[in-house]
Design a protein around this ligand. Sequence first.
Ligand SMILES: Nc1ncnc2c1ncn2[C@@H]1O[C@H](COP(=O)(O)OP(=O)(O)OP(=O)(O)O)[C@@H](O)[C@H]1O
Length: 320
Amino acid sequence: MIQIKGLFKAYGKMEAVRNLDLTIEEGTVFGFIGPNGAGKSTTMQILATLLKPTSGQAWVAGFDVVKEAAEVRKRIGYMPDFFGVYDNLTALEYLEFYGACYRLSQETCTQVGLELLELVNLLDKRDEQVDLLSRGMKQRLGLARALVHDPDLLILDEPASGLDPRARIEFRAILKELGQMGKTILISSHILPELGDLCDAIGVMEQGKLIAQGSVADITAQIQPGRVVKITLLNRMEEALKWLENQEEVEQVQSDKETLTVRLGGDEIVQAQLLSKLVGAGFTISQFAEAQVNIEDVFMNVIRSHVEVSENEVDSETIS
Ligand SMILES: Nc1ncnc2c1ncn2[C@@H]1O[C@H](COP(=O)(O)OP(=O)(O)OP(=O)(O)O)[C@@H](O)[C@H]1O
């Protein structure tokens, strides 16, 4: 659905996107994550045909975003990070207005408007003026607006920013539904833990470059090979700590009052073997489970390791 090759975008001397290559298959929910200024919005605006790249190419559904912009626009729904609403319209009139912009008949505009209000849980607000809606409701209305012409691809720039936790959960549930309907979704966010189970894949962007790409599990494995296991014992914690430190497959053990956190260099078989060895050594275990990966930690590790690699490259260039 999306193909990007060697994309560059500079604003004067500022290189916002640097040699970006990315392919996103149809039906994928792809999360773009990265710190402020990483180049996510710029990439999304190029895909939405609102900005021209300095060099490189991008295609949506096989159409070139520069040379075939009109074809691209028919197939995308774009929700910018900030958008205005026309205050003196009701929620339904607002969607009807956008339907008319896509040259839908009056009857179709109303029908589509009502269907979309239902999808984004705003049907009971159909006659409410848009400026009276809460921020979460406005964001859902913005999403409905992006769907008026039934696009195949949704490009959503930080749609959950500024929403309270409940509004975010509601928004995410709608995105899940859209994903299940087969829409391809490109979404950027700082709300990292929420992208994890929403997205089929994520791309981590930093200083205009894509520095990691894949499922959350893939990226975790790249950055943090092996696994982390949390172990709780009924007693003999100190003894268990020493015992674990002497096991070949154990790379690191940390202990707090109740739990031992063990980093293992191996797969699930190694994990299972460690459990049986512990039991065999006579320890009484009340809990033994792989630690849940926090996507925020993954993201920070990716960024950190990227920065370390870049600094090492600079150092070696300085030395030579
Ligand atoms: N119109 C512009 N003129 C000059 N510089 C710009 C312009 N738009 C963006 N930039 C710069 O390009 C870089 C990338 O910005 P961009 O908005 O694409 O990043 P982002 O990852 O979306 O960040 P954020 O999450 O803060 O929106 C930033 O350094 C930004 O200051």
